[in-house]
Design a protein around this ligand. Structure first.
Ligand code: GLC
Length: 477
C-alpha cells in the first residue's frame, strides 16, 4: 500500500470554498479502495464541522520565522468516517477563523501569504519527525506550491528530500505571487537556487511548484492543452516542463451525489427519471414562486468573473424578449455587483426568475434535481464539477466550450451531452438557451438526452486508478 499525504487548504465536509474541497474530500476515499493508503491534512479553521469534532494531538512543536517563534500542533480526527484519516495543522491566531479565505469585508485575509507558508512549513516539520513515513506528497494549488521547493532545497528537510511530490493545478489564475521579503519566512536554502522561486521578478508559488514538483497535472486534459497555449507569462514554463505535465479529469462522489439516496432533495429517484424531474421541479418552483411546468434553467456557482455569471442578466433579457415560456433559478454568492444584477432580474421577471444570493449546499442539490438545464457560461473552467453533478440528476448542461467543459459537454448535435457554445457573451448564451428550448419542446429528444446523461459514469474510480498508477511510477522510479 502506497502511503500518500494530501496537502490542501480545503477538504469537504470539513472546510470547502469551491470544487477543490470536493475533490480533496472524495478522491482519497476512492484511492483507499485501491492500492493506496491516503490521508489528508488541512489547516484547523474554526468551521462548524471542525469545531464539532474531537481531535487528538499527534505533534506539538514550534518554528522560527525570522524574528517570530510560531507554535503549532498537528491534530488527528478521532474516529474518521470520511474514508481516510484527516489531520489538521493548528496554528492559533492564523487559522482559528470561521471563513477559509475571506475576511469580513469580503476581501482575502491580509496575512494570507504568511499563513500559507506557515501551514506548509508546519507539515514538513511534522513529517520530518513523525513515524508516519509518507511515500508521496500530493499538493493542491498555489497555497501548497512551496512544498516541493522547500523539500528539495532547505537543508532542514534533507532527510525527506527524496519524497516525490505530485502537484495538481485546480485553478491556474491564482498563483500565490508574493513579495520577495516573504522568503524570510522560509527555512534556510542555498541562495544559488533562489531562481526556482522566481517568476516575473516575484516569488511565485505556482511557478515554483511547476518547476520543482515531480509531476504536475491539471484537473482535465483540455485545460492542460489550454495552459500550454495561453497561460500569460507561465505559458513558456508549462511548455518547458511539459514532459511532466498531464491532465486527469476529475470525477464526482457518487455517494454524495446520488439522486436515489439524497437527503437534500424533496423526491428521490426511483423508477422514472421524468417523474423524478417533474415532481422536484414543481416543488422547487412552488417554493420560489415560479411557473411550475415551464422549462427550468439554473445557474449554481460563485459570482466570480471566471464563472461568467455577470452575463446572465442580459442573456435573460434577450430570452424574455422572445419567450416567457422559460424560468430561471440562480444560486450563488460572491461579487456583490453581480448579485445585485441577478436580484434585479428576479424583480423584473417575477414568476420567471428567482435569484438566491447565498452559498447553500442543500439548495444546490434540490436545484440539480429540479432543473431541466444548467448554465455554465464560464470564461475558463479547469474542470468544472457542476456539469457532472447536473448530468447525474438528469439535468442537461448548457456550457461554454472551455477547459473541462470541452471534455465533458460536447454538443448534442455531434452525439454529445448538452448544448455547447463558443463565447461568454449574453447573445451566445441566449441563443444556447433557445436551442435548449427546442430540445425541451420535442419531448422524445429531451427524454433521450436526459436518460443518456444520467447514465454516464463520472465516478472517481477512473481518475483514482489513473492517479494510483502515476504515484507508483514516481515511487518506483
Ligand atoms: C477549481 C476549478 C474548477 C474545478 C475545481 C476542482 O474550483 O475552478 O473548474 O472543477 O477546482 O478541481
Amino acid at each position: 500500500m502506497t502511503k500518500v499525504l494530501y496537502i490542501s487548504t480545503e477538504c469537504y465536509p470539513a472546510a470547502k470554498a469551491g470544487g477543490m474541497g470536493d475533490v480533496v474530500g472524495a478522491l482519497p476515499k476512492y484511492l483507499n479502495k485501491q492500492s493506496v493508503n491516503a490521508s489528508v491534512i488541512i489547516p484547523k479553521y474554526k468551521t462548524a464541522w471542525i469545531e464539532s469534532k474531537s481531535w487528538q494531538k499527534v505533534h506539538d512543536s514550534k518554528m522560527e520565522c525570522g524574528e517570530l517563534i510560531i507554535k503549532f500542533k498537528i491534530k488527528k480526527l478521532k474516529k474518521s468516517d470520511l474514508g481516510f484519516p484527516l489531520y489538521t495543522v493548528d496554528i492559533p491566531d492564523y487559522f482559528d477563523r470561521p471563513s477559509i479565505y475571506l475576511a469580513a469585508d469580503g476581501h482575502g485575509y491580509p496575512d494570507e501569504a504568511e499563513r500559507n507558508i506557515l501551514f506548509q512549513r508546519a507539515i514538513l516539520d511534522w513529517i520530518l519527525e513523525s513515524k508516519e513515513a509518507f511515500e508521496l506528497l500530493h499538493c493542491h494549488d498555489h497555497m501548497t506550491g512551496l512544498i516541493p521547493f522547500m523539500l528539495q532545497q532547505c537543508r532542514k528537510y534533507k532527510k525527506i528530500a527524496n519524497t516525490p511530490v505530485f502537484f495538481t493545478i485546480h485553478n491556474g489564475q491564482y498563483q500565490g505571487s508574493l513579495d520577495w521579503e516573504l522568503r524570510n519566512y522560509l527555512p534556510k536554502y542555498k541562495l544559488e537556487h533562489e531562481g526556482l522561486l522566481e517568476w516575473d521578478g516575484r516569488l511565485n508559488s505556482l511557478a515554483a511548484a511547476i518547476k520543482c514538483a515531480w509531476q504536475v497535472n491539471t484537473v482535465s486534459p483540455a485545460y492542460m492543452q489550454e495552459l500550454k497555449k495561453e497561460f500569460g507569462s507561465l505559458t513558456a514554463l508549462v511548455n518547458h516542463e511539459s514532459r511532466k505535465c498531464t491532465g486527469i479529469l476529475n470525477g464526482i462522489d457518487h455517494e454524495v451525489w446520488d439522486p436515489k439516496n439524497d437527503n437534500h432533495i424533496d423526491f428521490n429517484l426511483d423508477d422514472s427519471l421524468n417523474t423524478f424531474k417533474q415532481k422536484n421541479k414543481s416543488s422547487l418552483a412552488g417554493k420560489y414562486g415560479l411557473f411550475k411546468t415551464k422549462m427550468l434553467v439554473s445557474f449554481i456557482g460563485r459570482l466570480a468573473y471566471e464563472k461568467g455569471a455577470d452575463i446572465i442578466p442580459e442573456a435573460i433579457n434577450i430570452v424574455m424578449s422572445k419567450t416567457k415560456d422559460i424560468c430561471f433559478i440562480l444560486l450563488g454568492s460572491g461579487d456583490p455587483t453581480v448579485g445585485d444584477q441577478l436580484k434585479l432580474a428576479d424583480h423584473k421577471y417575477k414568476k420567471n426568475v428567482s435569484s438566491i444570493i447565498a452559498y447553500d449546499e442543500a439548495l444546490a442539490h434540490q436545484i440539480y434535481a429540479s432543473s431541466d438545464f444548467l448554465m455554465m457560461p464560464s470564461r475558463f473552467e479547469p474542470c468544472g464539477l457542476n456539469q457532472m453533478y447536473a448530468m447525474r440528476y438528469g439535468t442537461i448542461p448548457i456550457a461554454r466550450y472551455t477547459g473541462g467543459l470541452k471534455d465533458t459537454v460536447p454538443d448534442f448535435t455531434v452525439g454529445g451531452n448538452g448544448i455547447s457554445f463558443d463565447h461568454t457573451t449574453p447573445g451566445e448564451l441566449a441563443n444556447a438557451i433557445l436551442r435548449a428550448k427546442s430540445i425541451f419542446d420535442q419531448k422524445k429528444e429531451l427524454y433521450k438526452l436526459r436518460y443518456k446523461i444520467s447514465a454516464l459514469d463520472f465516478s472517481w474510480d477512473h481518475a483514482a486508478s489513473n492517479y494510483a498508477h502515476q504515484y507508483n511510477l514516481l515511487i518506483n522510479n
